[in-house]
Design a protein around this ligand. Structure first.
Ligand code: PRX
Length: 582
């Protein structure tokens, strides 16, 4: 998608104001040491624990009786936890983990819907010094297996409605010793390492000695998709809380009395960095809604619970837009003070649409799983430039560079890069150190995005520099989908691309060549679609399939996705000198 297409149509509908003083002042005075001092360090020996700072610090102080988590179920039921209650619950859960033998550094995953145990479990894992790996509940058996196998996870939290997907691949996961069953479930099978969360935590002590993790001890890992190979586990460390706490103030503008709602699932980085750590490290009350998307329900939640700060995604905003202007008119949303969005380009039309509905502009911001925190934002005191991701967060030094690492002048498109060293920078790709190292060149961290900077230092997104697909804010690696496709008995080979889509930014499109003896048909298309959906994930299956006789490949046999994309969109095919056949 070109930058022009993103920002041009609506620019004239906004008066672009000069940046007001606060931004420059804040940047000038900012240093990470000051941000660090706002947290609770165990001793003056660099030891810090995210869960202690998110929960216990408040439970032990003035905020003990303040609501930390206001949970709303898909059926409208509600549960409320004060910071004191969160401390006790996370302690009970941490004692459960100790009881089954979880030790510092162990990888413990969570395959749960957005139930309270997902939030409590993540904090408990951090309290014992283990590494938390939240999985998106839409994942199918293949996606679960890839992640648990690669990380060598020893334990997993799950629940009755999701368990069968884990069971499908359990025999291929020798490292996985323990399954912690949350909610209502059948009798645990001890031979399979199953234990009951409710049973054990009911008897567990509400006291727990939090592990004194160092700044470099690993905290959370999220798998993220690249162009080639399976998803890679981006690993974060306890030090990351410094960035998450300060950016939750700078970009999300979180203030003491806020009611904050982040719509992201903790299976993705937004749901942990800003669906847990950012708000809680600031002692903020946060709302979690466990149900799915529905315009009336969403607007209703804002009104009923008096949400003041809302962090959501462009696809959700486009879907609200699609539902029409009559729906929001039924709700009083004057409580909203600040709205942010992340994950995909936020088109100016969405900002223009949202302004009268929410009485303010939606603030786009940019970051990645690897960065761990917001890096570029339409920072609250600045006027939003529709279509721009905003300006760098204090302490963050991005740049637009050419392939040799030279900075490009304003207005010129290049690679979006960031000077390494911010506290929440990822520490490794699990088991793939060389891939991690390859992301750092000439003193820059390479983000994989293309962008440009304007004269005033605002950054404008242009697109990815690789084949990774961004569908509704979720990154999908074409290789993963191709691998799932060729497991279908009728599929000989497959090439997968992102196809532009008005609502989801891109959809996954697959070009499929069948094995001899199989006929193309709509039924087969549907069967293949479902096959991938069930094995991989509900968000990653090809919504569109096109049968082809064969795929364009390089002489070394690599599928030329670039060419598939160009042909699909009627764009110039570029250099085809390495093309072998179609
Ligand atoms: O391509 C950029 C896009 O999402 C990628 C990061 O995805 P992920 O690691 O899943 O993290 C998503 C949530 C932090 C980026 O490399 N992206 C993210 N924010 C924006 C964006 N593209 C355009 N505009 C944004 N604001």
């Amino acid at each position: 998608m070109g930058a022009e297409a993103i920002h041009k149509p609506a620019l004239d509908q906004f008066s672009v104001q000069p940046i007001i003083g606060d931004y420059e002042e804040t940047c000038k005075d900012f240093d990470w040491e000051t941000a660090k001092d706002a947290l609770d360090w165990f001793e003056r020996d660099q030891s810090i624990n995210i869960a202690h700072n998110c929960i216990d610090r408040h439970a032990n102080g003035k905020l003990a009786d303040k609501v930390g988590l206001h949970w709303i179920g898909g059926d409208g039921s509600e549960k409320i936890y004060t910071f004191k209650q969160l401390k006790e619950e996370t302690n009970r859960c941490a004692n459960l983990l100790k009881q089954i033998g979880i030790a510092k550094g162990d990888r413990v995953f969570l395959f749960l819907n957005r139930i309270p145990e997902l939030y409590i479990g993540t904090m408990a894992i951090l309290k014992v010094g283990a590494v938390a790996g939240p999985l998106f509940s839409a994942f199918g058996p293949d996606a679960i297996k890839d992640r648990l196998e690669d990380s060598g996870a020893v334990a997993i939290f799950t629940e009755a409605s999701l368990k069968s997907r884990l069971e499908d691949v359990r025999s291929e996961l020798p490292d996985l010793k323990h399954v912690i069953l949350c909610g209502e479930h059948d009798a645990p099978d001890a031979a399979k390492g199953e234990v009951s969360y409710n049973e054990i935590t009911a008897a567990a002590s509400p006291e727990f000695e939090v592990e004194r993790t160092s700044i470099d001890d690993y905290s959370i890992m999220h798998y993220t998709s690249g162009t080639t190979g399976k998803p890679k586990g981006a690993v974060h460390r306890h030090n990351s809380i410094i960035s998450q706490k300060s950016t939750a103030q700078f970009a999300l503008d979180l203030q003491d009395n806020d009611i904050y709602w982040c719509t992201a699932d903790p299976g993705w980085v937004t749901g942990t960095s800003y669906g847990m750590i950012g708000p809680w490290s600031n002692g903020i009350t946060q709302l979690v809604y466990a149900g799915g998307f529905d315009p009336d329900t969403w607007y209703g939640i804002i009104e009923k619970h008096q949400v003041t700060v809302w962090y959501t995604a462009p696809t959700a905003i486009r879907m609200l837009m699609k539902a029409g202007d009559e729906v929001p008119k039924k709700y009083d949303m004057t409580c909203l003070r600040h709205i942010c969005s992340v994950g995909e380009p936020l088109n100016p039309e969405a900002i223009v649409w949202g302004k009268p509905i929410f009485n303010q502009a939606i603030h786009d911001n940019w970051w990645q799983t690897e960065t761990g925190c917001i890096m570029i934002a339409n920072y609250p005191p600045m006027e939003v430039r529709p279509g721009s991701m905003g300006r760098p967060i204090p302490g963050i030094q991005p740049g637009i560079i050419d392939d040799e690492g030279n900075e490009m002048p304003p207005g010129q498109e290049g690679n979006l890069a960031v000077r390494p060293g911010w506290p929440s920078m990822f520490q490794t790709y699990w088991n793939k150190q060389s891939m991690y190292d390859s992301r750092f060149q000439n003193g820059w961290y390479l983000t994989g995005d293309r962008a440009y900077k304007d004269e005033d230092g605002y950054y404008w997104f242009i697109g990815r520099s690789d084949d990774v697909i961004n569908t509704a804010g979720h990154l999908v690696g074409p290789f993963e989908v191709e691998s799932a496709l060729v497991e279908h008995p009728a599929v000989a080979e497959a090439g997968v691309i992102g196809k532009p889509d008005k609502e989801r930014m891109e959809i996954v499109k697959a070009f499929v060549a069948l094995k001899d003896g199989h006929e193309t048909s709509d039924e087969l298309k549907e069967e293949i679609r479902l096959f991938v959906r069930n094995r991989l994930a509900a968000h990653a299956y090809p919504r569109e399939i096109q049968f082809v006789d064969s795929l364009p490949k390089t002489r070394s046999g690599k599928i030329m996705r670039r060419l598939l994309k160009a042909r699909d969109q009627g764009l110039p095919e570029g250099d085809t000198s390495t093309l072998e056949e179609f």
